[in-house]
Design a protein around this ligand. Structure first.
Ligand code: MGD
Ligand code: MGD
Ligand code: SF4
Ligand code: MO
Length: 754
């Protein structure tokens, strides 16, 4: 590249999937990133993070070569030396470490943690499945159990696939009820749509309304027509009361779904005790307001009730996440324009395929975690179990039917659980005691500093991009292919090769015997078969292996694809190469009848596994006030734990503050700008106070993703803006028991001056 060039690509950082226009100057450096106004999907929308992909690429702290830690004694210590090594040496060290654990402790002592960027990265998203399949780990952990596991459980039981998650059709709705989501910061989650806040204006322009239910008056609430503060963790009670009104006032209408919805009478019976008057004190939403909202939803030409992380990461995560969909079904706002709908990805992802292990319906609790005895849910136990599973010797294990033993080897893939998991301090201690820790990650951060080997992935600009998971809940079927802007040297292993190699090592293979290409061919053939095309004939068309070949398969055998010539006008990978601003195949379409995969063939409105938990919710109504409780928040200039090393994003006013209502501040004796000590049953920390009436009384808020003051990290900018880790305060024992999802919202805390 000699002169200035313009490249177009999709931002991989969040679900908004914005189209970027990237200006590259001489020296192959990014000079400017602007929104791509011609992008068919995002049409010029962007947020501040999207302009920083060049900063991330150029970040001197970003790892570009594998790192090996020479351990001075056992565990991480200050005498340890990190060395940059060749890929061959790094993999040889992985073989030695993994082989050692397999030999001494067996397969049962190996595990992995999978983090959030896996959902957004070209290679990782497509090959994490192959890694898991090869590695045959007895138990795996992921950020999913501090995120959307409740929604996965609800969708699995209601529709038969944990990843077919219906999303609000906000580009057409007339009424949007947002519960526990703040798209002003997050840009939407389990809801892919560019410029979500702009859609709130457009809803208003068509005569509609947006209501936000959140303990905090967020930027989204400011934009909306109405804000209703709610006591954290009580959304399920609010929703049951709302459903109660729908039945009592004869507002229930199944629309065109009457013949495929089972369980309406069960829901009617369940909601009977939850009258608006009964839940008003617990939720602190007046009974009259609950009645009014129910009537507004029923009367709107179309409505979408939507719940996100505030509803998942809480005490009644599954019941609340389930009831969101129930309200939409009961008001004829499901699988219709303007209601909750399923997306239609142009390139199907492996998550959309039927999972053979659930062919006869899903069962939970097939095994239990070794130490705490938590029943597995959809193959996972809470990530907050990870620390105790590393620290507790086998000799003291209670009699739980667990396929795993004490974890001695852990692979982390694009995750930072030392920051993102409840019981954070204990996990930090635990990771230091592993015999083998290998991290596939771009930074030496709070988690990966404990690794023995770090295998770096590529920067966003070094790899191609095309989303396949997020479009499952996207407002439109649109797609754009982004080629790598700065492709690395061919001999540099790509993340799909790294994952395949690690998977095979965990399987027990010797490095010399691992043929990554052969594994890829097998994986590709299996995917071809799943899509009903001939693997041999199809494979013969490609010169290259890896995610690029897979993407062509995903597009061609997808809903708009050419099926390798069977549908001559259909799309191929080349169609997207020829369309640098992407292709838009239109808005969401009704799909429920096509996607339903429950054993009964019905939409299960009242799955017994979930309805059984309503008794626990009923008991909550009798519980006294929890006192002051802590919730989490996000900021548009931050992305979980890993973008605080970008100077232009972290500069300015300190954003890691404790938000507290003036009345509570007065009662606790803390003032704006001073340090407060916040204590919970799990730990304590000191943080600057920000007094604001945007908090409802009784609730305080801290952002998650901070706490970069640990020894041994290589994040020079983030260290200067360390902040505190709010998961120090989150007790690992607090989970939503039917999904295994963490409760990080609604944690009882005490606040005093520091
Ligand atoms: N208290 C509290 N805790 C929370 C939440 C909350 O709201 N409150 N939210 C939860 C949620 S929703 C989530 S998703 C989790 C996130 O939890 P994690 O996924 O554990 O954390 P991230 O901060 O997203 O860490 C991402 C890691 O991936 C690395 N990385 C980034 N890009 C790449 C790449 O392309 N390749 C590779 N190999 N590595 C990469 C980064 O360096 C970083 O180490 O946190 C959860 N924790
Ligand atoms: N800029 C930015 N964007 C992001 C991320 C990021 O870290 N930064 N993270 C990404 C990830 S991994 C995810 S999962 C998504 C999450 O996307 P969102 O769900 O939109 O996340 P938040 O902005 O944390 O909004 C959650 C809201 O829930 C509220 N809340 C907390 N507890 C309760 C409760 O009990 N009931 C109710 N009704 N509300 C409650 C909080 O006050 C907060 O406003 O964002 C993604 N996008
Ligand atoms: S909203 Fe920001 S971070 Fe998200 S995709 Fe768009 S530019 Fe990237
Ligand atoms: Mo998340």
């Amino acid at each position: 590249m000699s002169e200035r060039q313009i490249k177009y690509r999709t931002c991989p950082l969040c679900e908004a999937m914005c189209g970027l226009e990237i200006h590259i100057g001489a020296e192959e450096r990014v000079e400017l990133i602007r929104p791509d106004r011609d992008d068919v999907w995002s049409k010029g929308f962007i947020c501040p993070k999207g302009t920083t992909l060049g900063h991330l690429h150029d970040d001197p702290d970003r790892l570009r070569a594998p790192m090996v830690r020479d351990v001075a004694s056992s565990g991480a210590s200050e005498c340890d030396e990190w060395r940059e090594v060749s890929w061959a040496e790094a993999f040889a060290r992985c073989e030695e470490l993994i082989g050692g654990v397999l030999e001494r402790h067996g397969k049962e002592a190996t595990s992995c943690y999978i983090g959030n960027p896996v959902a957004h990265a070209f290679s990782l998203s497509r090959y994490v499945g192959l890694f898991i399949g090869l590695a045959q780990l007895p138990v795996i952990y992921s950020a999913g159990t501090v995120d959307q596991w409740p929604k996965n459980v609800a969708c699995m039981l209601m529709y038969g696939n944990m990843w077919w998650i219906p999303a609000p059709d906000i580009q057409r709705t007339h009424y949007w009820l947002i519960m526990g989501g703040n798209p002003q910061a997050s840009q939407g989650s389990l809801l892919a749509c560019p410029d979500v806040l702009g859609e709130i204006d457009r809803i208003r322009e068509r005569g509609g309304k947006t209501v936000v239910i959140d303990p905090r008056r967020t930027g989204t609430a400011d934009k909306a027509d109405e804000w209703l503060p709610i006591v954290p963790g009580t959304d399920a009670a609010f929703l049951l009361a709302l459903i109660n009104v729908l039945f009592v006032d004869d507002l229930v209408d199944l629309g065109g779904l009457a013949d495929i919805v089972a369980g309406v009478d069960d829901v009617r019976a369940l909601c009977q005790p939850f009258t608006p008057d009964r839940v008003a004190a617990t939720t602190r939403i007046p009974a009259e307001t609950i009645r009014r909202i129910a009537h507004e939803i029923a009367a709107a030409p179309s409505a979408s009730v939507y719940g996100r992380i505030g509803l998942c990461n809480q005490e009644f995560g599954t019941v609340a996440s389930w009831l969101i969909d129930v309200v939409n079904v009961l008001t004829a706002n499901f699988d219709v324009p303007g209601g909750l709908m399923f997306g239609t990805p142009i390139a199907w992802g492996a998550n959309s395929l039927a999972d053979p292990q659930w062919a006869d319906g899903v069962t939970f609790g097939r095994w239990h975690s070794r130490v705490r005895g938590v029943p597995e849910v959809l193959g996972q136990v809470p990530v907050s179990c990870l620390a105790e599973e590393i620290l507790t010797p086998n000799e003291v294990t209670p009699e739980h039917d667990c396929p795993a033993r004490q974890i001695r080897a852990l692979v982390t893939i694009a995750g930072n659980p030392v920051i993102s998991s409840p019981g954070a301090q204990q996990l930090d201690d635990a990771l230091a005691s592993l015999d083998c820790m290998i991290s596939v990650d771009n930074y030496m951060n709070e988690t990966t500093r404990h690794a023995h080997v770090i295998l770096p992935g590529l920067s966003a600009l070094e790899q191609p991009h095309f989303d396949d998971l997020i479009p499952m809940w996207a407002a439109r079927s649109a797609g754009r292919y982004s080629e790598a802007i700065f492709p690395p040297a061919p001999e540099r292993p790509r993340e799909w090769e790294i994952l395949t190699t690690l998977g095979a090592l965990l399987l027990g293979m010797k490095l010399a015997d691992i043929d990554v290409n052969a594994f890829d061919d097998g994986y590709f053939a299996a995917l071809c078969e799943a899509k009903g095309v001939d693997p041999t004939a199809v494979a013969a068309r490609y010169d290259e292996r890896g995610p690029g070949r897979m993407l062509d398969l995903q597009i061609r055998t997808g809903p708009f694809g050419d099926r390798y010539g069977e549908t001559p006008d259909g799309l191929t990978f080349q169609s997207f190469v020829d369309a640098p601003h992407g292709l838009d195949l239109g808005p969401m379409q009704p799909r429920l009848r096509e996607l339903l995969a429950t054993p009964s063939g019905m939409l299960e409105l009242a799955p017994p596994y979930i309805t059984a938990d309503v008794a626990r919710l009923a008991a909550r109504l009798d519980r006294d006030d929890d006192g002051l409780v802590l919730i989490s928040r996000r900021h548009v200039r931050s992305n979980n734990s890993w973008m605080h090393n970008v100077k232009v994003l972290v500069k300015g006013k300190d954003r890691c503050t404790l938000l507290i209502h003036p009345d509570d501040a007065g009662r606790c004796g803390v003032r704006d700008g001073v340090l407060a000590r916040v204590t919970s049953e799990a730990g304590e920390l000191e943080v600057p106070v920000e007094v604001s009436d945007e908090m409802m009384p009784g609730v305080v808020s801290l952002p998650h993703g901070w706490g970069h003051d640990k020894d041994g990290i290589r994040l020079s900018v983030a260290r200067e803006h360390a902040g505190v880790n709010n998961n120090i305060l989150a007790p690992g024992r607090l989970i939503d028991p039917i999904s295994n999802n963490a409760v990080v919202n609604g944690i009882p805390v005490e606040v005093v001056p520091a």
